[in-house]
Design a protein around this ligand. Structure first.
Ligand code: PRP
Ligand code: URA
Length: 209
């Protein structure tokens, strides 16, 4: 595994993954659990965020406190990345949010872009690019290329399930980008789905099966 693909290990992450993988899990529980899992993953990966000293007054005395120094930008890849945003906003409520719409052509598995809206000044922000599924890696690699075209350089990928094929493709295309995910699965099937996986994440989130 490449040095900058980091699989997070935590009992709560395992437990919530079990809920997502189970085909009996109904849409509302799937949605809630994906958000909770995204919260846990981001909690684990934000230990290195920069802080800056700020002078405040407590009710009793002046005090120097530490606050986040970096502006965080969440960029979900539509649709399934949307299922991660609310959970992460519980931790990072002042994050800005951009959107990139990319879907896979079901026959060629090639990414197709249909939307991109980023806030002004995005190039100076620390970006968490959100997509729960890293299968062939085509969608994430494409999205990263688009962000780099906009001058964005500080990009971390936050994912949930990754296939070895997708990690290798992402590493080859963007060796400077760190990938964090909750589990490394076995392989892709003939249709490009992750095995054992959790099925089609967008469909399970939005009830479009
Ligand atoms: C899914 C998923 C990823 C992509 C992963 O999206 O959310 O974006 O597939 O596959 P890849 O690594 O092979 O590119 P999908 O194309 O199904 O669109 P959707 O989220 O709108 O359902
Ligand atoms: N997209 C999904 O939603 N699931 C997979 O297993 C692969 C791509």
């Amino acid at each position: 595994m490449p040095a900058d693909a980091i699989i997070l290990k935590h009992p709560l992450i395992e437990h919530k993954l079990a809920i997502l993988r189970n085909r009996e899990t109904p849409n509302p529980l799937f949605r809630a659990t994906l958000n909770e899992l995204s919260y846990l993953v981001v909690y684990e990966i934000t230990r290195d965020l920069a802080l800056r000293p700020v002078e405040i007054h407590t009710p009793l005395a002046p005090c120097t406190v530490q606050q986040l120094a970096e502006q965080i930008l969440l960029i979900p890849i539509l649709r399934a990345g949307l299922g991660m945003v609310d959970g992460i906003l519980h931790l990072l409520p002042t994050a800005k949010i951009g959107h990139i719409g990319v879907y896979r052509n079901e026959e060629t598995l090639q990414p197709v872009e249909y939307y991109c809206k980023l806030p002004p000044g995005a190039e100076a922000m620390r970006v968490f690019l959100l997509d729960p599924m890293l299968a062939t890696g085509g969608s994430l690699a494409y999205a990263i290329t688009r962000l780099k075209e906009q001058g964005i350089r500080q990009i971390s990928v936050v994912s949930i399930l990754a296939a070895p094929e997708g990690i290798a493709a992402l590493q080859a295309a963007h060796p400077d980008v760190t990938l964090y995910c909750a589990a490394l699965d076995e392989r892709l099937n003939e249709q490009g789905y992750i095995l054992p996986g959790l099925g089609d994440c967008g469909d399970r989130l939005f009830g479009t099966l």
